[in-house]
Structures are given as C-alpha cells and as structure tokens.
Design a protein. Structure first.
Length: 160
C-alpha cells in the first residue's frame, strides 16, 4: 500500500481507515444519519439550504467519497493480510512436505534393512537346518549355546 508519510504513519492510517469502516458499517451510523438529515431538513431555512438541499447533497457526496476510500483501504489491508497468510501457509506446507519426504526415505531405508535382515535370517536358518545342531560361538556369550533344529523342537514338544 502506498503512503507519503512512511511506515509508522501508514499503520496509523490503516487503523483509522479500519475504525471508520467499522463505524460506517454499524447501525449507529445509520441512526446518526437519520437524525442528521431530519435536523437538516427541519432547520434548512436557518442553515441557508432550502429544497432541493444542494449543500446537503454536496456534503453527503463528499462523505460517500471518503467512506468509499476508507472501505477500499480496509479491503486492501485485508487482501495484504490474506496474501501474507497464504504465503506463510504455503511455506509451512512445503516444510511439512519436506519432512514427510525425509520420513518416507527413512522408512524405505528401514524397510530395506529389514528385508535384508529377513534374508540373512532365512539364509542362517537354512544353513543351520542343513548342519543340524550347531554350536554358536558368540563373542559376548558366557557359555557355548546350541540352536536346536526343527525336528528336535518337535521332539521336545511331544516329550512335555
């Protein structure tokens, strides 16, 4: 928005325009005008403005010009605020989209790792099944453990 006085005054101008627009959009504004026009017509001879009330017409026309200007200033301000909000929302959506892409990449990586581990476990089970009971020499284990093959597991279930 354009102003000849600078940013500080622009903010005050905008607040004034919004306040006047709020006032002009109220029923109080209508009542004030009804009273004003009634008083004007009643005292038109003393004011020096007889029918067809040329001075009243001119004053009301000037008022309409200024009110239309204030309304347009307020609309421009609301448009600027909406544009700023839309830009902020767009930036936020881009950030969220980037985060989702990162999460998807992490998930895909984990899925690949899991598939690889499943493959290794299947190969290990296959290898162990071919060899029978095989001692596992684990470096951190306190004693040597063996993994029973499937037929031995079934025998243990029957014995119990």
């Amino acid at each position: 928005m354009f102003t000849i006085f600078g940013r500080g005054v622009r903010k005050a101008e905008t607040k004034l325009a919004e306040a006047l627009t709020r006032f002009a959009g109220s029923m109080f504004f209508v009542y004030v005008h009804v009273i004003w026009f009634a008083v004007w017509i009643i005292f038109s001879k003393q004011i020096g403005d007889s029918f067809p009330y040329g001075l009243l017409t001119m004053v009301v026309s000037l008022e309409a010009i200024f009110l239309a200007t204030f309304i347009m200033v307020t609309q421009n301000r609301h448009e600027e605020m909406a544009a700023a909000k839309a830009k902020e929302d767009e930036e936020q959506e881009e950030e969220i989209e980037e985060e989702l892409e990162d999460i998807q990449e992490d998930f895909d990586s984990l899925r690949g790792d899991l598939d690889e581990m499943k493959s290794l476990i299947e190969r290990l089970e296959s290898h162990l099944a071919q060899r029978g009971n095989v001692p596992l020499n684990l470096p951190n284990a306190s004693k040597v453990k063996t993994i029973p093959t499937k037929p031995e597991i079934e025998k243990e279930k029957v014995a119990v």
